[in-house]
Design a protein around this ligand. Structure first.
Ligand code: M6R
Length: 365
């Protein structure tokens, strides 16, 4: 039931501090501040040479964010692919490789086919799924659950951030097992994860401001989302969310790709949503923002206090999020991205929870 919310999507966005916290508690020991996976993995990360992550839609963007984590924290090379491509590409997989699948429903036809392909080739299969009784959960060697609870809105919100939480814990576990991070670094990372639910709660407080910004976005024909590092897949997710529920055309790009093409689109009618926590690539994103402003583009900047102070541009609006460890910022930055799409859709008068042409679970290819 929708409780007092107008749409399931609004309810599911607001539930995130709770359900992400619940997922966190399933993956870490709050007392020792160390990762404690709910199940023993049938392999040692020290022996894993390569990880392939396969999923569709929003789940694939969770995988694309996790790639940065696995590579940075555990130094394991990661390939991320959408399942409809992976399953037909004849991707070479070797015995002992780790094939990771991500799915809210656990019933997505292409993801299931990719899982079966990986199993046939002797890879270890691990699935991050929200529906524990699903086919993907049943057929995987190891299941890592997300504890988002039933997600009713077609647009995935809480399942996505719970996937990120489970994947973050897994990447930290991989880093520790491979000796790439020390126990004290592990504790630091886990304590940053423990902060996430509270920070998501604080991010929800941006809703009144985002609602106003949505009025501006809803007037646009096209919207561009930009980010670097882990904010890049989040830019793709922001664009997907806006398209699927408001029917406004949107594109997500790596900010560094701007001058390789999409900059030609920029004019004074084009809102550009820039996702930029003050992290190691922030300054690089600033130069991309300057390129946008120089061409009359209108920037909505989602950042923190430091980022706002250092941005050296005049955005049309700045959405300020609390300071946090940048590694796990995408989990928190998802919140304003979801709210923006939600309010734009409400203004457009679309069927937010059941957008046209879409099904919650895509069980045919
Ligand atoms: O159930 P799954 O996570 O496997 O679904 C994957 C995609 O179909 C899904 O994330 C889709 O992209 C959502 N509608 C996005 O909001």
């Amino acid at each position: 039931d929708k409780a007092n919310y107008r749409h399931f999507m609004a309810k599911e966005i607001c539930e995130q501090p709770d359900v992400v916290g619940r997922t966190l508690a399933h993956y870490v020991d709050m007392r020792t501040e160390r990762v404690a996976l709910p199940i023993k993995l049938p392999f040692d990360f020290s022996n894993v040479r390569r990880v392939t992550i396969t999923a569709c839609g929003t789940a694939s963007y969770a995988g694309a964010i996790a790639k940065y984590w696995f590579e940075r924290l555990a130094h394991i090379p990661v390939d991320v692919d959408i399942a409809s491509e992976f399953r037909y590409r004849e991707a070479p997989l070797r015995k002992g490789d780790l094939a990771l699948f991500i799915s809210q429903s656990g019933e997505t036809a292409d993801t299931l086919a990719a899982l079966r392909y990986a199993k046939e080739r002797g890879a270890h299969t691990v699935s991050v799924v929200n529906v524990p009784t699903s086919t993907i959960a049943r057929e995987s060697e190891t299941v890592l659950p997300t504890l988002a609870g039933p997600e009713i809105g077609v647009a995935s919100t809480k399942a996505f951030t719970c996937q990120l939480m489970a994947l973050a814990a897994l990447a930290v576990a991989a880093g520790t097992e491979r000796g790439e991070i020390s126990v004290s670094e592990e504790r630091k990372l886990v304590s940053a994860l423990i902060e996430v639910p509270r920070l998501m709660g604080a991010a929800l407080a941006s809703e009144p401001q985002i609602e106003k910004l949505a009025r501006y976005v809803a007037k646009a024909r096209d919207v561009l989302y930009l980010g670097r590092g882990t904010s890049y897949p989040l830019a793709l997710e922001g664009a997907l969310k806006l398209k699927e529920i408001s029917y406004i055309h949107a594109e997500g790009y790596a900010a560094g790709e701007l001058k390789h093409g999409p900059i030609a689109l920029i004019d004074e009618n084009m809102p550009v949503v820039v996702i930029a926590p003050f992290d190691g690539v922030f300054e690089k994103t600033v130069s991309n923002m300057q390129e946008v402003v120089a061409r009359g583009g209108k920037i909505i900047l989602i950042t923190d206090a430091k980022g706002a102070a250092e941005s050296a541009i005049e955005p049309v609006a700045t959405v300020l999020l609390p300071d946090m460890a940048p590694t796990f910022a995408p989990i928190v930055y998802s919140v304003p991205i979801q709210l923006l799409a939600y309010h734009a859709a409400v203004i457009m008068g679309t069927d937010v929870d059941q957008p046209r042409n879409l099904a919650k679970s895509v069980t045919v290819e």
